[in-house]
Design a protein around this ligand. Structure first.
Ligand code: PLP
Length: 386
């Protein structure tokens, strides 16, 4: 799982006070992004915008940008940051609770599409666009109920508008010459495999086309079908089937339509490792524990997803305590029983001084974590393969 580039670099970090460390392989990231883009080459295949919230680090954005059609941002903060890191990128701005300041900022920073979340947001945007004498291009964010069983995360609740609420947008649009409705956006769930994703896309397109027809929408149409392509932490070797998805979703497009997707996790997750070292090994109430430097205040992913985070052990040569042939629970330095990276995982041997490399740490890892809890030193960050 660990790439050559990362493996070689790790040896230079150990014993230098550089652990824990987030290490990214940008060459592997570019290779993966290129494969994803190549799978989206059939006529009608969707444009791809990278969802910055998965990992907005500038080197990550700059590595993926050549293979992406644009970037999706979800706050004024992300918008300013991405505009600075990628001055020419095409941007889409989504997310609930956009403030007037953020909407003005979106106009000032030339956001190409705003994904509108509510009728109230739409009327505020219309006023702001009118005051600025600017045209603004939007997609209305749709929230379809449907059956999302089996998904990692269903985006029901406050996101976008259900079919009843979206109706209230039609009068606002009619009265707002500065706002151009381009189509529909929907990000309904995450953790879908390729065929489930295609089925969901069909659902969005069917609803969206009928609704746009009914309100008399004319001209080219856009459908942003969201992100959420599955990432399976229990089998780090398997990947979302981009080839199948690319072929099947391209076939859904009708003439005059532009499809777009905005994945995050499935793009950047494989390019990052959280690497640390074993500080202590002990047995308590019949369970073996390895206490690692750092903790889930650096990588909250296993806590939020309630999973065992995948890892490799790089054996050290210490003569401290060890657990051999026993299931081991890997914990961090936080004073809470929730600070668990992986629970009762079978291992050959874990010893004090070994290094542990948690793979699949390139998305929703460092940037979603509570860095200051307990005031341990922050990890170092390394971007390899520029
Ligand atoms: C988070 C999010 C995405 C990206 O989801 P992934 O699971 O990382 O692919 C895309 N669109 C919206 C609106 C989101 O909130």
């Amino acid at each position: 799982m660990i790439t050559r580039l990362v493996q070689d670099h790790v040896q230079t970090l150990a014993g230098k006070g550089e652990l824990p460390a987030f290490v990214y392989d940008l060459a592997a990231l570019r290779e993966h992004a290129a494969e994803v883009k190549a799978a989206l080459s059939a006529p009608g295949a969707p444009e791809i915008f990278y969802a910055a919230k998965a990992n907005p680090d500038a080197p990550i954005l700059q590595a993926v940008a050549p293979y992406m059609d644009g970037i999706e941002v979800a706050s004024g903060g992300e918008l300013a940051h991405v505009r600075e890191a990628l001055p020419d990128a095409r941007l889409a701005f989504g997310g609930p609770g956009k403030t007037d300041d953020e909407l003005r900022q979106a106009l000032a920073l030339d956001v190409e599409r705003i994904h509108v979340e509510s009728p109230y947001e739409l009327s505020r945007l219309a006023e702001i666009a009118q005051a600025a004498e600017r045209e603004v291009d939007i997609l209305l964010r749709l929230n379809l109920a449907g059956d999302r069983s089996g998904v990692a995360l269903a985006m029901s609740g406050p996101f976008g508008m259900d079919p009843e609420l979206i109706e209230s947008c039609t009068d606002i649009l009619t009265a707002s010459p500065h706002v151009r409705l381009r189509g529909i956006h929907a990000h309904l769930a995450s953790g879908l495999d390729a065929s489930a994703m295609v089925a969901q896309s069909t659902e969005i397109l069917t609803w969206g086309r009928a609704w746009l027809d009914r309100i008399g929408h004319t001209g080219p149409r856009e459908f942003n079908l969201g992100g959420g392509m599955a990432v399976d932490y229990s089998t780090p070797g398997t990947r979302f089937d981009w080839k199948q998805y690319g072929t099947d979703v391209a076939a859904l497009a009708e003439p005059g339509e532009t499809l777009r997707i905005e994945p995050g996790r499935s793009i950047s997750v494989y390019a990052g490792w959280y690497i640390t070292e074993v500080l202590d090994v002990k047995k308590a109430h019949g369970q073996w524990y390895a206490v690692l430097r750092g903790g889930t205040m650096h990588i909250r992913t296993p806590v939020t997803k309630q999973h065992n985070h995948p890892f490799d052990i790089l054996a050290g040569n210490g003569d401290g305590p060890a657990a051999a042939g026993e299931p081991v629970t890997l914990v961090g330095q936080l004073c809470t029983p929730k600070d668990v990276f992986a629970r009762e995982v079978p291992t050959d041997r874990v010893a004090v001084g070994d290094l542990v490399a948690f793979s699949m740490s390139g998305a929703y890892a460092w940037n979603i974590s509570h860095h200051d809890f307990l005031m341990h030193p922050k990890p170092t960050h390394h971007f390899l393969g520029h």
